[in-house]
Design a protein around this ligand. Structure first.
Ligand SMILES: Cc1cc2nc3c(=O)[nH]c(=O)nc-3n(C[C@H](O)[C@H](O)[C@H](O)COP(=O)(O)OP(=O)(O)OC[C@H]3O[C@@H](n4cnc5c(N)ncnc54)[C@H](O)[C@@H]3O)c2cc1C
Length: 193
């Protein structure tokens, strides 16, 4: 029996996962983000290519601002490692050691940590768009992150995108909008008026 049930669970609180959360939280879907605090962008002392920050922003500040933004939208954030994911009827059961959490939609945004993808049986291949040749993504998955498992989405570098923060953020946002639109059964778009 799961401890708590959410509309959406997002595993990975980097720019991709947090951007997805902006939209699911903005659409008032109950959303939980689990994160282990190792976003790649926090290795960058000054990100100079993220729109809106002409003087640059430290990667740590960028993540902190995103975290504040999603918290303001009612999204819950927990610093916990997710160690397992199971599909049970129409729900996902997500495990953090002995604790379990349940959701209708699940987003995996764990970037260079492929463990959960492998445990779910995804085949991985090298992402030709990343020059190091070391980054892998799930075979057969497109930009929209949709998978053969209903309501499971892959975000960021689990999909064939370039390794740049704004691209990961945009791809995550696309998933957040897709989930919001499906859950609300109406095309969701964030417009002020
Ligand atoms: C050295 C370096 C320099 C870079 N410089 C730039 C730059 O100047 N400009 C630029 O645009 N891009 C840069 N990038 C790329 C940028 O960092 C990435 O595009 C961006 O961080 C990807 O975002 P993401 O959300 O997909 O992954 P991440 O930001 O890496 O987030 C993934 C998150 O998932 C969490 N996680 C992983 N496994 C689990 C788990 N099992 N349970 C819970 N949480 C988990 C991690 O702790 C992490 O916080 C750089 C990357 C590197 C490595």
């Amino acid at each position: 029996m799961a401890n708590t049930t959410y509309d959406v669970i997002i595993v990975g609180g980097g720019v991709a996962g947090l951007s997805a959360a902006i939209y699911t939280g903005g659409a008032k879907l109950s959303t939980m983000v689990f994160d282990t605090g190792k976003s790649q962008v926090t290795q960058v002392s000054k990100v100079m290519n993220y729109p809106g920050f002409a003087e640059g922003i430290s990667g740590t500040d960028l993540i902190e601002q995103c975290r504040r933004q999603v918290s303001g939208l009612g999204v819950e954030l927990i610093n916990r490692e997710i160690t397992g994911v199971e599909r049970k009827q129409d729900a996902f059961i997500v495990s953090a050691e002995s604790e379990q959490f349940e959701s209708r939609y699940l987003v995996l945004a764990t970037n260079v940590n492929w463990k959960i993808l492998e445990s779910l049986g995804f085949e991985l291949e090298v992402n030709p768009l990343v020059p190091s040749g070391k980054i892998r993504f799930a075979k057969g998955i497109g930009y929209n992150g949709e998978t053969h498992i209903p309501n499971l989405y892959l975000a960021g570098l689990h999909t064939p995108i370039q390794s740049q923060a704004v691209i990961a953020a945009g791809q995550g946002a696309n998933i957040g909008i897709t989930i919001a639109s499906r859950a609300l059964e109406n095309t969701y778009m964030w417009h002020d008026k």
